[in-house]
Design a protein around this ligand. Structure first.
Ligand code: F0G
Length: 458
């Protein structure tokens, strides 16, 4: 008999979890103004809010932490990190930052001026925030297939070359760079094919533009290329990563995802002029160039994490767990962005709570229901996250309204996946009784979803 697939690790330290009662959860979520970001983590049983900074480090990473060199200038941990990044990506210049958005802030301070136009595939909210706060514009060029959650196509995260070409044909002089997010988080953790990365490179070259990869989940992207794109089945994850990055000029990285650490980020590039430009902003915003907001020990753990995660068995274990949960949802008929992506399930809330109008935020409503049902915390990736249009100040209802259930790396077991699926099924089975959503009573201008205050209607 063929042996079943199992995790590529065993567990040697645990953190106890606390369950709660429905009454407690109803009280807590009310006190949190129906915003799941405002809950305390010990009010949560299974936390699927994010896969960012929530993973478990390996014994090798913890050992590396003990060896970290806490120096202001010239830390050996920095050089260990830099060498690892150069080996995996081919980028020679590296600037550490305290997390991904800080990398965006430092690099975009150099590159994005007022009125600039930055085309890309579903810019993440901090990326969009860093563009729009500079009075520039993020233009989404994601393929239309991404909008239909039930369509099974292998690379739903792709950039639509025609849309990109149009932006460049009309506004090339305003475009400082193109940004490609691998994997495409906002569209459902969907991968971008190697073919597409090549096409983007060719278009960029035609217009003399540079390309940045927002690389938070680049290893997951490489895994999907290996398993879904012809010609890559026999390549190592590291070889695939190297080829992906060969089509970019630089990257911003949130190390809290595919770096397998709890905090950290970096910028890496092959261009000295970008490095020189970004350096000027790193020092005042983040710190000196050989630590940029990170401890020596954290840089050492990140170097090991990047190496470890770009090995097939690590990334396969991770993706197979997400696919395990997806298979359960298939069994229960719950609609999500198909095929399942790398780091999360994205439940199609518009389809589940189809009686709730857009103006009452179905995905947020579903997130609240799931929390009350079982203490599972998800995150709305939908109309609240989309913020208002910077010019018209209208809510942006053009995208998808999804409930994201992120799976932390190396944290929960498949038994926890079974609980998440059963809780969702219970909510799904009573979906017709959920007829009213929520209304916003307080919000900020940018990135409102973190602090928005809501009231339950009905
Ligand atoms: N880019 C992408 C694609 C992201 O998903 C994130 C963060 C960032 C950039 C910013 O990185 O958090 O280190 O500052 N995503 C988290 C999430 C927060 O939950 O998806 P950061």
């Amino acid at each position: 008999m063929e042996l079943p697939f199992a995790e590529s690790y065993k567990i040697k330290m645990v953190e106890p979890l606390r369950k709660s009662t429905r009454e407690e959860r109803e009280q807590w979520i009310k006190e949190a103004d129906y915003n799941l970001f405002q809950l305390k983590s010990d009010q949560v049983y299974i936390d699927c809010l994010t896969d960012s900074g929530t993973g478990a480090m390996s014994d090798r990473q913890w050992a590396a932490m003990m060896m970290g060199d806490e120096s202001y200038a010239g830390s050996s941990s920095f050089f260990q990190l830099k060498d690892t990044i150069t080996r995996i990506t081919g980028f020679e210049y590296v600037i550490p930052t305290h997390q991904g958005r800080a990398a965006e802030n430092v690099l975009f301070s150099h590159l994005v001026k007022a009125d600039a136009v930055v085309p890309g595939n579903s810019h993440f909210d901090t990326t969009k925030g860093h563009i729009e706060s500079r009075k520039a514009f993020a233009v989404d060029c994601t393929v239309d297939e991404a909008k239909d959650t039930q369509l099974e196509v292998p690379f739903k995260g792709n950039v639509d070359p025609k849309k990109l070409e149009k932006v460049l044909a009309e506004k090339a002089e305003l475009v400082p760079f193109i940004i490609v997010t691998i994997t495409n988080n906002t569209a459902g953790g969907q991968p971008v094919s190697m073919q597409n990365l090549r096409e983007v490179r060719a278009i960029a070259d035609r217009y003399g533009k540079r390309v940045i990869f927002d690389s938070a989940r680049f290893v997951e992207n490489a895994y999907f290329i290996r398993t879904r794109e012809e010609g890559y089945a026999d390549k190592s994850i590291k070889e695939i990563c190297k080829e992906m990055f060969s089509y970019a000029d630089g990257m911003t990285m949130s190390s809290k995802k595919d770096g397998l650490v709890n905090m950290g980020g970096f910028i890496a590039t092959r261009h000295e002029d970008w490095y020189e430009g970004a350096k000027k902003f790193c020092i005042p915003f983040e710190g000196f160039l050989t630590y940029g907001g990170m401890n020596g020990r954290d840089m050492a753990a990140l170097a090991v994490g990047l190496d470890e995660n770009t090995e097939l068995e690590t990334i396969e274990t991770r993706i197979r767990q997400v696919q395990y949960l997806a298979a359960k949802l298939d069994e229960y008929g719950i609609p999500y962005q198909r095929p399942v992506g790398g780091h999360a399930l994205f439940i199609d809330a518009d389809r589940v709570l189809d009686q709730i109008p857009k103006e009452e935020f179905p995905a947020q409503t579903l997130a609240i229901e799931l929390y009350i049902e079982a203490g599972v915390r998800g995150c709305e990736i939908g109309y609240i996250l989309a913020d208002r249009d910077p010019v018209t100040r209208e809510n942006r209802f053009g995208g998808l309204d999804l409930l994201r259930l992120c799976i932390a790396r190396r944290v929960y077991t498949n038994n926890h996946m079974d609980v998440i699926a059963a809780a969702l099924k219970n909510v799904y089975d009573r979906r017709h009784e959920i007829t009213r959503g929520v209304k916003i009573v307080w919000e900020t201008e940018l990135m409102r979803h973190f602090t928005v205050k809501l009231e339950r209607l009905g």
